[in-house]
Design a binder for this molecule. Structure first.
Ligand SMILES: Nc1ncnc2c1ncn2[C@@H]1O[C@H](COP(=O)(O)OP(=O)(O)OP(=O)(O)O)[C@@H](O)[C@H]1O
Length: 321
Protein backbone atom coordinates (compact mmCIF):
# COMPACT_ATOMS: atom_id res chain seq x y z
CA UNK A 1 0.00 0.00 0.00
CA UNK A 2 1.43 3.41 -0.95
CA UNK A 3 1.81 6.12 1.65
CA UNK A 4 -0.81 8.21 -0.20
CA UNK A 5 -3.33 5.37 0.13
CA UNK A 6 -2.57 5.01 3.82
CA UNK A 7 -2.97 8.75 4.32
CA UNK A 8 -6.31 8.69 2.50
CA UNK A 9 -7.49 5.71 4.57
CA UNK A 10 -6.43 7.37 7.79
CA UNK A 11 -8.39 10.47 6.81
CA UNK A 12 -11.52 8.58 5.87
CA UNK A 13 -11.69 7.12 9.39
CA UNK A 14 -12.06 10.60 10.93
CA UNK A 15 -15.66 11.30 12.00
CA UNK A 16 -17.47 14.12 10.14
CA UNK A 17 -14.84 14.35 7.43
CA UNK A 18 -17.25 13.25 4.69
CA UNK A 19 -15.95 14.41 1.32
CA UNK A 20 -14.30 17.51 2.73
CA UNK A 21 -10.68 16.46 2.35
CA UNK A 22 -9.01 16.06 -1.03
CA UNK A 23 -6.59 13.08 -1.31
CA UNK A 24 -3.41 14.17 0.54
CA UNK A 25 -0.11 14.58 -1.25
CA UNK A 26 3.12 13.45 0.35
CA UNK A 27 6.69 14.62 -0.14
CA UNK A 28 9.77 14.55 2.09
CA UNK A 29 7.84 13.69 5.22
CA UNK A 30 5.23 16.36 4.58
CA UNK A 31 1.58 15.56 4.00
CA UNK A 32 -0.45 18.35 2.41
CA UNK A 33 -4.12 18.47 1.65
CA UNK A 34 -7.00 20.76 0.84
CA UNK A 35 -9.86 20.85 3.29
CA UNK A 36 -13.23 22.20 2.28
CA UNK A 37 -14.47 23.99 5.38
CA UNK A 38 -17.53 25.51 3.68
CA UNK A 39 -20.47 25.76 6.07
CA UNK A 40 -18.40 25.11 9.21
CA UNK A 41 -18.03 27.64 12.00
CA UNK A 42 -14.62 28.46 13.44
CA UNK A 43 -14.88 25.86 16.22
CA UNK A 44 -15.87 23.17 13.72
CA UNK A 45 -13.01 24.10 11.37
CA UNK A 46 -10.45 24.03 14.16
CA UNK A 47 -11.72 20.74 15.57
CA UNK A 48 -11.62 19.08 12.14
CA UNK A 49 -8.17 20.43 11.38
CA UNK A 50 -6.86 19.23 14.76
CA UNK A 51 -8.35 15.77 14.20
CA UNK A 52 -6.69 15.50 10.76
CA UNK A 53 -3.35 16.73 12.03
CA UNK A 54 -3.41 14.30 14.94
CA UNK A 55 -4.37 11.30 12.81
CA UNK A 56 -1.77 11.95 10.10
CA UNK A 57 1.07 12.73 12.50
CA UNK A 58 0.42 9.37 14.14
CA UNK A 59 1.76 7.71 10.97
CA UNK A 60 5.51 7.11 11.34
CA UNK A 61 6.37 8.53 7.87
CA UNK A 62 4.66 11.86 8.52
CA UNK A 63 6.76 14.58 10.11
CA UNK A 64 4.68 17.58 9.09
CA UNK A 65 1.09 18.24 8.04
CA UNK A 66 -0.06 21.18 5.94
CA UNK A 67 -3.76 21.85 5.66
CA UNK A 68 -5.18 24.42 3.27
CA UNK A 69 -8.68 25.51 4.14
CA UNK A 70 -10.60 26.26 1.00
CA UNK A 71 -14.11 27.46 1.74
CA UNK A 72 -13.75 30.28 -0.76
CA UNK A 73 -11.59 28.85 -3.49
CA UNK A 74 -12.80 25.32 -3.91
CA UNK A 75 -16.31 26.17 -4.94
CA UNK A 76 -18.17 24.61 -7.78
CA UNK A 77 -16.26 24.85 -11.00
CA UNK A 78 -17.81 25.98 -14.23
CA UNK A 79 -16.45 24.45 -17.39
CA UNK A 80 -17.74 26.47 -20.33
CA UNK A 81 -18.16 24.77 -23.67
CA UNK A 82 -18.11 27.27 -26.49
CA UNK A 83 -17.86 27.50 -30.23
CA UNK A 84 -17.42 30.30 -32.70
CA UNK A 85 -20.55 29.33 -34.62
CA UNK A 86 -23.60 27.10 -34.42
CA UNK A 87 -24.01 23.56 -35.59
CA UNK A 88 -20.48 22.33 -34.87
CA UNK A 89 -21.67 19.92 -32.17
CA UNK A 90 -21.14 21.99 -29.02
CA UNK A 91 -24.29 20.65 -27.37
CA UNK A 92 -23.55 17.06 -28.37
CA UNK A 93 -20.05 17.30 -26.94
CA UNK A 94 -21.25 19.04 -23.74
CA UNK A 95 -23.79 16.32 -23.02
CA UNK A 96 -21.41 13.46 -23.71
CA UNK A 97 -18.61 15.12 -21.77
CA UNK A 98 -20.87 15.53 -18.74
CA UNK A 99 -21.80 11.86 -18.96
CA UNK A 100 -18.17 10.77 -19.27
CA UNK A 101 -17.20 12.94 -16.26
CA UNK A 102 -20.06 11.44 -14.25
CA UNK A 103 -18.77 7.98 -15.16
CA UNK A 104 -15.34 9.01 -13.86
CA UNK A 105 -17.07 9.43 -10.51
CA UNK A 106 -17.23 13.20 -10.59
CA UNK A 107 -20.26 15.07 -9.32
CA UNK A 108 -21.30 16.85 -12.46
CA UNK A 109 -24.25 18.92 -13.58
CA UNK A 110 -25.10 20.48 -16.93
CA UNK A 111 -26.46 23.94 -17.71
CA UNK A 112 -27.82 24.57 -21.18
CA UNK A 113 -27.28 28.30 -21.72
CA UNK A 114 -27.97 28.12 -25.43
CA UNK A 115 -30.60 30.84 -25.80
CA UNK A 116 -30.86 30.40 -29.56
CA UNK A 117 -31.70 26.72 -29.61
CA UNK A 118 -31.58 24.91 -26.28
CA UNK A 119 -31.16 21.28 -27.26
CA UNK A 120 -30.14 19.62 -23.99
CA UNK A 121 -33.66 18.57 -22.95
CA UNK A 122 -33.77 16.44 -26.11
CA UNK A 123 -30.18 15.21 -25.83
CA UNK A 124 -30.58 14.25 -22.18
CA UNK A 125 -34.15 12.93 -22.49
CA UNK A 126 -35.62 15.49 -20.08
CA UNK A 127 -38.11 17.05 -22.49
CA UNK A 128 -41.31 17.98 -20.69
CA UNK A 129 -39.66 17.84 -17.26
CA UNK A 130 -40.06 21.27 -15.65
CA UNK A 131 -37.79 22.30 -12.79
CA UNK A 132 -39.50 23.03 -9.46
CA UNK A 133 -38.67 26.11 -7.43
CA UNK A 134 -37.56 25.80 -3.81
CA UNK A 135 -38.08 29.31 -2.45
CA UNK A 136 -36.13 31.57 -4.78
CA UNK A 137 -34.01 28.73 -6.12
CA UNK A 138 -34.64 26.34 -8.97
CA UNK A 139 -34.23 22.62 -8.41
CA UNK A 140 -32.30 20.97 -11.25
CA UNK A 141 -33.97 18.15 -13.14
CA UNK A 142 -32.38 14.71 -12.81
CA UNK A 143 -31.62 13.26 -16.24
CA UNK A 144 -31.96 9.51 -16.82
CA UNK A 145 -28.19 9.54 -17.36
CA UNK A 146 -27.66 10.04 -13.64
CA UNK A 147 -26.66 13.69 -13.48
CA UNK A 148 -28.75 16.83 -12.94
CA UNK A 149 -29.38 19.44 -15.61
CA UNK A 150 -31.17 22.72 -16.28
CA UNK A 151 -31.89 24.36 -19.61
CA UNK A 152 -32.94 27.78 -20.86
CA UNK A 153 -35.56 25.78 -22.75
CA UNK A 154 -37.18 24.83 -19.44
CA UNK A 155 -37.75 28.47 -18.49
CA UNK A 156 -40.18 29.11 -21.32
CA UNK A 157 -43.38 27.41 -22.40
CA UNK A 158 -42.59 24.34 -24.49
CA UNK A 159 -42.58 25.18 -28.19
CA UNK A 160 -42.50 28.94 -27.56
CA UNK A 161 -39.45 30.69 -28.85
CA UNK A 162 -38.28 33.71 -26.96
CA UNK A 163 -36.26 36.61 -28.29
CA UNK A 164 -33.83 36.87 -25.41
CA UNK A 165 -32.19 40.21 -25.04
CA UNK A 166 -28.85 40.61 -23.26
CA UNK A 167 -29.96 41.44 -19.69
CA UNK A 168 -32.89 39.00 -19.82
CA UNK A 169 -30.65 36.20 -20.99
CA UNK A 170 -28.14 37.10 -18.28
CA UNK A 171 -30.78 36.92 -15.54
CA UNK A 172 -32.16 33.66 -16.81
CA UNK A 173 -28.69 32.12 -16.92
CA UNK A 174 -28.08 33.37 -13.37
CA UNK A 175 -31.14 31.43 -12.23
CA UNK A 176 -29.80 28.27 -13.82
CA UNK A 177 -26.28 28.60 -12.46
CA UNK A 178 -27.37 29.64 -8.97
CA UNK A 179 -29.90 26.81 -8.73
CA UNK A 180 -29.74 24.32 -5.89
CA UNK A 181 -26.97 22.11 -7.32
CA UNK A 182 -26.32 20.39 -3.99
CA UNK A 183 -22.89 18.74 -3.93
CA UNK A 184 -22.27 19.15 -7.66
CA UNK A 185 -18.55 19.94 -8.16
CA UNK A 186 -18.43 20.61 -11.88
CA UNK A 187 -21.01 22.48 -13.91
CA UNK A 188 -20.61 21.97 -17.63
CA UNK A 189 -22.16 25.03 -19.29
CA UNK A 190 -23.22 24.69 -22.91
CA UNK A 191 -22.92 28.31 -24.09
CA UNK A 192 -24.77 29.87 -27.00
CA UNK A 193 -22.76 29.69 -30.22
CA UNK A 194 -20.93 32.79 -31.36
CA UNK A 195 -18.94 35.55 -29.75
CA UNK A 196 -21.38 38.38 -29.14
CA UNK A 197 -22.12 40.56 -26.12
CA UNK A 198 -24.50 38.01 -24.61
CA UNK A 199 -21.74 35.42 -24.46
CA UNK A 200 -19.21 37.91 -23.13
CA UNK A 201 -21.43 39.12 -20.30
CA UNK A 202 -22.28 35.51 -19.38
CA UNK A 203 -18.60 34.66 -19.18
CA UNK A 204 -17.71 37.77 -17.21
CA UNK A 205 -20.51 37.29 -14.74
CA UNK A 206 -20.08 33.61 -14.02
CA UNK A 207 -16.29 33.29 -14.37
CA UNK A 208 -15.75 29.77 -15.69
CA UNK A 209 -12.68 27.93 -14.35
CA UNK A 210 -11.84 27.05 -17.94
CA UNK A 211 -13.25 26.71 -21.43
CA UNK A 212 -13.41 23.93 -23.97
CA UNK A 213 -13.72 25.10 -27.58
CA UNK A 214 -15.44 22.96 -30.18
CA UNK A 215 -14.69 23.28 -33.87
CA UNK A 216 -15.09 21.25 -37.02
CA UNK A 217 -11.93 20.84 -39.12
CA UNK A 218 -13.02 23.37 -41.76
CA UNK A 219 -11.01 26.56 -42.13
CA UNK A 220 -14.05 28.77 -41.65
CA UNK A 221 -15.11 27.01 -38.47
CA UNK A 222 -11.54 27.32 -37.23
CA UNK A 223 -11.49 31.06 -37.86
CA UNK A 224 -14.69 31.29 -35.82
CA UNK A 225 -13.12 29.11 -33.11
CA UNK A 226 -10.25 31.59 -32.90
CA UNK A 227 -12.77 34.32 -32.16
CA UNK A 228 -14.23 32.20 -29.36
CA UNK A 229 -10.74 31.71 -27.95
CA UNK A 230 -10.16 35.47 -28.02
CA UNK A 231 -13.47 36.02 -26.26
CA UNK A 232 -12.48 33.77 -23.35
CA UNK A 233 -8.99 35.23 -23.25
CA UNK A 234 -10.41 38.75 -23.05
CA UNK A 235 -12.39 37.69 -19.98
CA UNK A 236 -9.34 36.03 -18.40
CA UNK A 237 -10.73 32.49 -18.72
CA UNK A 238 -8.09 29.81 -19.40
CA UNK A 239 -8.63 27.63 -22.46
CA UNK A 240 -8.56 23.97 -21.40
CA UNK A 241 -8.24 22.95 -25.02
CA UNK A 242 -9.72 22.47 -28.45
CA UNK A 243 -11.92 19.58 -29.61
CA UNK A 244 -12.26 18.68 -33.27
CA UNK A 245 -15.76 17.37 -33.94
CA UNK A 246 -17.07 15.72 -37.10
CA UNK A 247 -13.53 14.68 -37.90
CA UNK A 248 -13.46 11.90 -40.50
CA UNK A 249 -16.46 9.80 -41.51
CA UNK A 250 -16.44 6.05 -41.33
CA UNK A 251 -18.99 4.77 -43.89
CA UNK A 252 -21.26 2.29 -42.11
CA UNK A 253 -21.65 0.34 -45.38
CA UNK A 254 -18.18 -0.01 -46.88
CA UNK A 255 -16.13 0.87 -43.78
CA UNK A 256 -14.03 3.35 -45.74
CA UNK A 257 -13.06 6.51 -43.88
CA UNK A 258 -13.41 9.83 -45.64
CA UNK A 259 -12.99 13.41 -44.48
CA UNK A 260 -15.98 15.48 -45.66
CA UNK A 261 -14.78 18.54 -43.72
CA UNK A 262 -11.09 17.72 -43.86
CA UNK A 263 -9.35 16.46 -40.76
CA UNK A 264 -6.66 17.54 -38.32
CA UNK A 265 -7.31 21.26 -38.89
CA UNK A 266 -8.24 21.92 -35.27
CA UNK A 267 -5.23 20.00 -34.02
CA UNK A 268 -2.81 22.03 -36.10
CA UNK A 269 -4.65 25.24 -35.21
CA UNK A 270 -4.27 24.29 -31.54
CA UNK A 271 -0.55 23.73 -32.07
CA UNK A 272 -0.18 27.07 -33.82
CA UNK A 273 -1.92 28.81 -30.95
CA UNK A 274 0.00 26.75 -28.36
CA UNK A 275 -3.23 25.43 -26.93
CA UNK A 276 -3.86 21.88 -25.74
CA UNK A 277 -5.68 19.63 -28.20
CA UNK A 278 -8.18 17.49 -26.31
CA UNK A 279 -9.14 15.05 -29.04
CA UNK A 280 -11.21 14.44 -32.14
CA UNK A 281 -14.65 12.97 -32.49
CA UNK A 282 -15.63 11.23 -35.71
CA UNK A 283 -18.69 12.15 -37.72
CA UNK A 284 -20.75 9.09 -36.88
CA UNK A 285 -24.31 8.15 -37.59
CA UNK A 286 -24.52 6.53 -34.14
CA UNK A 287 -23.78 9.89 -32.47
CA UNK A 288 -26.52 11.69 -34.40
CA UNK A 289 -29.05 8.93 -33.81
CA UNK A 290 -28.27 8.69 -30.10
CA UNK A 291 -28.54 12.48 -29.79
CA UNK A 292 -31.97 12.48 -31.39
CA UNK A 293 -33.10 9.61 -29.18
CA UNK A 294 -31.73 11.15 -25.96
CA UNK A 295 -29.66 8.06 -25.27
CA UNK A 296 -26.15 9.52 -25.81
CA UNK A 297 -23.61 7.46 -27.76
CA UNK A 298 -20.66 6.63 -25.58
CA UNK A 299 -17.95 6.62 -28.22
CA UNK A 300 -14.45 6.21 -26.85
CA UNK A 301 -13.46 9.67 -28.07
CA UNK A 302 -15.65 11.32 -25.43
CA UNK A 303 -14.02 9.24 -22.67
CA UNK A 304 -10.59 10.38 -23.86
CA UNK A 305 -11.58 14.04 -23.84
CA UNK A 306 -13.16 13.69 -20.39
CA UNK A 307 -9.93 12.08 -19.16
CA UNK A 308 -7.94 15.08 -20.48
CA UNK A 309 -10.39 17.38 -18.74
CA UNK A 310 -10.04 15.31 -15.53
CA UNK A 311 -6.24 15.78 -15.66
CA UNK A 312 -6.66 19.48 -16.20
CA UNK A 313 -8.89 19.72 -13.12
CA UNK A 314 -6.45 17.69 -11.02
CA UNK A 315 -3.56 19.90 -12.06
CA UNK A 316 -5.61 22.95 -11.20
CA UNK A 317 -6.43 21.47 -7.78
CA UNK A 318 -2.74 20.78 -7.21
CA UNK A 319 -1.77 24.28 -8.34
CA UNK A 320 -4.34 25.74 -5.93
CA UNK A 321 -2.79 23.85 -2.97
N1 LIG B 1 -19.72 13.76 -34.21
C1 LIG B 1 -20.95 13.81 -34.74
N2 LIG B 1 -21.38 12.86 -35.57
C2 LIG B 1 -22.62 12.93 -36.14
N3 LIG B 1 -23.51 13.90 -35.89
C3 LIG B 1 -23.14 14.87 -35.05
C4 LIG B 1 -21.85 14.88 -34.43
N4 LIG B 1 -21.78 16.00 -33.63
C5 LIG B 1 -22.97 16.62 -33.76
N5 LIG B 1 -23.77 15.96 -34.61
C6 LIG B 1 -25.13 16.35 -35.05
O1 LIG B 1 -25.04 17.65 -35.63
C7 LIG B 1 -26.17 18.45 -35.27
C8 LIG B 1 -25.69 19.70 -34.55
O2 LIG B 1 -25.08 19.32 -33.33
P1 LIG B 1 -25.28 20.17 -32.00
O3 LIG B 1 -26.70 20.55 -31.80
O4 LIG B 1 -24.57 19.45 -30.91
O5 LIG B 1 -24.43 21.45 -32.42
P2 LIG B 1 -24.32 22.85 -31.70
O6 LIG B 1 -22.97 23.37 -32.03
O7 LIG B 1 -24.66 22.76 -30.28
O8 LIG B 1 -25.41 23.63 -32.48
P3 LIG B 1 -26.26 24.89 -32.01
O9 LIG B 1 -25.26 25.91 -31.73
O10 LIG B 1 -27.11 25.17 -33.18
O11 LIG B 1 -27.01 24.47 -30.78
C9 LIG B 1 -27.05 17.54 -34.43
O12 LIG B 1 -28.01 16.95 -35.25
C10 LIG B 1 -26.11 16.47 -33.88
O13 LIG B 1 -26.76 15.24 -33.63
Amino acid sequence: MTIETRLAETLSAIPDIGARAAPPRFKDGRASLMLDVGGLGETGRNALEAAIRGALLALPEVAEVRIFQTAERRGRRIIAVGSGKGGVGKSTVSANLALALARQGRKVGLVDADIYGPSQPRLLATEGMRPMAKGQQLEPVMSPHGFPMLSMGQLVEPGKAIAWRGPMAGNALGQLIDADWGDTEILVVDLPPGTGDVQLSMIQKHKPAGAVIISTPQDLALIDATRAIDLFASAGVPIIGLVENMSGYACPHCGETSDPFGSGGAQSAAMDMRLPFLGRIPLAMAIREASDAGTLAQVAAFEGIAAELGHWLENKDAADV
